[in-house]
Structures are given as C-alpha cells and as structure tokens.
Design a protein around this ligand. Structure first.
Ligand code: SF4
Ligand code: SF4
Length: 423
C-alpha cells in the first residue's frame, strides 16, 4: 500500500453555499447571484478541492489500515470521484459497479476512474455481494455464486482485486450467521486467490420483517458478527437521533476494534430543504450537510461515514465539514434537523412491521420514500418500490403499526403518499 495515498426548496443548500461558502472559500459567488444549477455548473474541480482540502484519515477498526473519515461511492459523478481522490478519499463503496469498458447507457455502472487504476494500491475498493435467487429477504447465500460474482467483477472493473468483500444487507438473524458459513467460505477461497483481502458487512434490520420470520435487528446481528472477529467492519444505518440500541453497538464496536461505517446518514434532509418555513428557523450561514459531516466525523464513535453528494458543489459543501469541530450553530442546526426528521422521516428500524395484518414491508416502502424525498432520486425510489411489488395500497389504515413506531410517524398516510407518488 502506498502510505501517502491511504494515509424554501433545494435552493437552500446552494443558497447557503452562495452566502457563506463565498466568504469561506473565496468563491466568486455572491448571495443569490447564481441559480443552484448555475452554481453547481460553475464550480470547478480545483475550487471544490481547494475548499475541502485534505480529508483526515482514521483507523477502520483494529485491522491496521486508515480510511478517509468520509468514504466515496461509485455512483458519484466522475468529476466528483476525481475531486474525492485529490482530497484523499481512499475507500470506495460499491466499486463492483466500475466498468473498465465503460458503463452501459442507463445502467447504474460507472467507467472505472483512471485515477484509481493509476494508484490502485493507494485505494481500498469494496465489492458488495448480494444473495442470489431472490432479493435480500428471500434470496440465498451461495458460496459458488458469490465466488463467480467476485471473479467477474474483478475482470469487469479492471481493479485486479478488491480490498473488501462485503455481504450486502447482511444476515437475517444470529442463527443464520452461526449456521450458514457460505459467504465466509467464498471469501476465504477468493482471498487465497488474491482477489479479496478483508471481510465486511452492510447490515439492515430484519426484526419484524414479515418475509423473514425470526429476523433480528442490525445491532443484534452485528454484535454477534463482531464477537467472532472474522469480519473486520460493519456498515449500518446511522443518523442523528439514533436509537439507544444502535448507539450502544457503535460504542461497543469502538471499544472492541470492530470497524463501523455509517450509511443512510441524511435522514429527512431533502424534505427539510423543501420546507421553506423550517429552513428559516435554522441559524444563518450553516449548511445542514456541512454540520452533519462535522458531527459524524468528530462527535460520534464511528470510524467513517458515507454522505450522498450529486455534484462538485455538494461535495464541497459536505466534505469541507469532515473532521472539523462542531460549532454552536452547527449543533443547533442538527438538533432542529433531528426534531424535524423525527416528525417526518423513517429510521428504517423495523419496529412496526410485525404489527401489520397485511405483512407490508413498511420500512422498505419508507426507504423508497427516503430515496425520493431526501435523495431526490426518483429512479432509485421507483426501482425499489417496483421490486417490492408496489404494495402500499394494501394498507387498511388500521393504525396497528403506529403505536410501535418510536417516532409515532403517521405510517398509513405516508404509505398512501408513497403509493401516489411512485405507483
Ligand atoms: S395501518 Fe397499514 S401499515 Fe399500519 S398495520 Fe395497518 S395495514 Fe399495516
Ligand atoms: S415507521 Fe417507525 S417503526 Fe417503522 S421502521 Fe420507520 S421509524 Fe421504525
């Protein structure tokens, strides 16, 4: 490894950058002088890199390597990946979507970035592996199929090997983890061939999931995985206002040297930005995304986090907060954001599911809602809702689920809205 390298609307986000980023970063923008699209288009790679600077590195568990406190993702646009590389992002999520031959039109794949190929050993590239013959609830762990998938991904991506082989969505419960070693055996075979190096897991909640009888929470499963010491790190849903169970797991992971990476970190943020009245209540000159990056990377026990960014301007806004102290105004912003999110946005905890007489996948439906309203990614939201079979119109509005929701969300109304928007 090369030590050096590894060492009232959506306008608000852009408005904040225009009003405060111009002062901080010395940009040529003045308050309100550019539309968001124009601002995003006007920001150059050099400006974005200059504003972010060098991201801090932190050990990922006790495995002996350091990763950037904010990791990168293969679905970032090419110029954002380039900016990330220049700012020291050295861990790449879902790198199996990179294609040496270029990405097919309309696919979620990306051309393999030249900067990763040039300094391959300076980056940690992750291959995320799904169950087969079904989805994450119904599919199977299959040693042979996982081995073949990774072999193909190595060739297609041109990356020569993957640093981390990650079990996507994770185990349904602790019993499955103890009894089914197919994924681990696939990893061991691939490791012997030099095609993968470490084992990781992205763990979803399965407690109460009607398609996964006996399913358990992410923290329960991850705790068992951590105890064994075979996996080096876990990725889990984590945002402000997290449950006590998740907080407790993250603390235990830090003490034990098990790596943690936060995902789905921007709960409720997209819909906050659309709420002009709410945005007026936030302290002037603070970007919620920048504050979130500060908080995730300095105030939590996490090793790293991934935050969705769509262009250079968002990259600069978000990542310039990484590793920086949380100021009083940032804290106020996040406290208000957390209260707003708790009134509106699902934590994906799964607590409500077993109450539903229709066996609706409530958390998955509301994950689609988050893609739509927070990430503003209608394609991903529709894809997920289609995969689920567009089930929200089966809700009878009996409200049995509502009393189990720790946030007291208006679940039937939310399901009806999702169906209206995505069916
Ligand atoms: S209100 Fe709808 S989602 Fe909630 S338990 Fe009743 S049928 Fe299920
Ligand atoms: S609706 Fe409430 S209980 Fe159900 S997954 Fe979301 S936050 Fe958890």
């Amino acid at each position: 490894m090369a030590a050096m390298s590894k060492g009232g609307s959506v306008d608000r986000r852009h408005f904040l950058r225009a009003s405060t980023g111009a002062l901080v970063g010395g940009w040529a923008f003045t308050q309100g002088s550019l539309s968001p699209a124009a601002e995003a288009a006007a920001m150059t790679l050099d400006q974005a890199v200059g504003r972010v600077g060098r991201l801090p590195l932190r050990p990922l568990g006790s495995g002996g390597r350091k990763v950037s406190v904010l990791i990168g993702a293969s679905d970032w646009p090419g110029e954002v990946i380039e900016a990330g590389v220049r700012c020291g992002v050295n861990y790449w999520h879902k790198a199996e979507r990179f294609r040496l031959a270029g990405a097919a039109a309309g696919s979620r794949d990306r051309a393999t970035p030249g900067s990763l190929l040039k300094d391959r050993d300076g980056h940690y590239c992750e291959v995320v592996v799904d169950r087969i013959r079904g989805n994450h609830e119904t599919g199977a762990i299959d040693e042979e199929a996982h081995v073949e998938f990774v072999k193909q991904a190595v060739v297609q991506s041109g990356l020569r090997y993957f640093d981390d082989m990650v079990f996507h969505f994770g185990y349904h419960d602790r019993a499955e983890y103890r009894e089914n070693k197919g994924f681990i055996r696939a990893f061991e075979r691939l490791k012997k061939s030099g095609l993968v190096r470490r084992l990781g897991i992205t763990q979803h909640h399965y407690n109460g999931n009607p398609k996964v009888p006996g399913g358990e929470s992410a923290a329960q499963v991850l705790s068992a995985v951590m105890e064994d010491g075979i996996y080096e790190h876990g990725q889990l849903f984590y945002s402000y206002g997290e449950s006590a169970e998740v907080e407790s797991f993250v603390r235990a992971a830090r003490a034990r040297g098990f790596g943690t990476i936060a995902m789905k970190t921007t709960r409720g943020m997209g819909r906050m930005e659309s709420d002009t009245e709410f945005m007026k209540t936030l302290p002037e000159g603070v970007s919620p995304y920048n504050a979130l990056a500060r908080w995730l990377t300095t105030e939590t026990q996490l090793d790293a986090a991934v935050i969705r960014v769509r262009d250079l301007a968002e990259f600069a806004d978000t990542c310039s907060g990484a590793g920086k102290p949380l100021r009083s105004a940032d804290r106020t912003t996040l406290e208000r954001a957390a209260r707003y999110a708790d009134r509106n946005a699902c934590r994906l905890c799964g607590e409500c599911a077993e109450q539903c007489p229709e066996r609706l996948p409530i958390a998955d439906i509301l994950r689609a809602e988050r893609y739509l309203l927070d990430h503003r990614d209608e394609t991903q939201a529709r894809r997920l809702y289609d995969e689920l079979g567009r089930p929200a119109d089966r809700c009878r509005a009996c409200r049995a689920c509502v009393s189990r929701c720790p946030l007291g969300l208006a679940i039937p109304e939310k399901l009806a809205q999702v169906h209206r928007l995505l069916a």
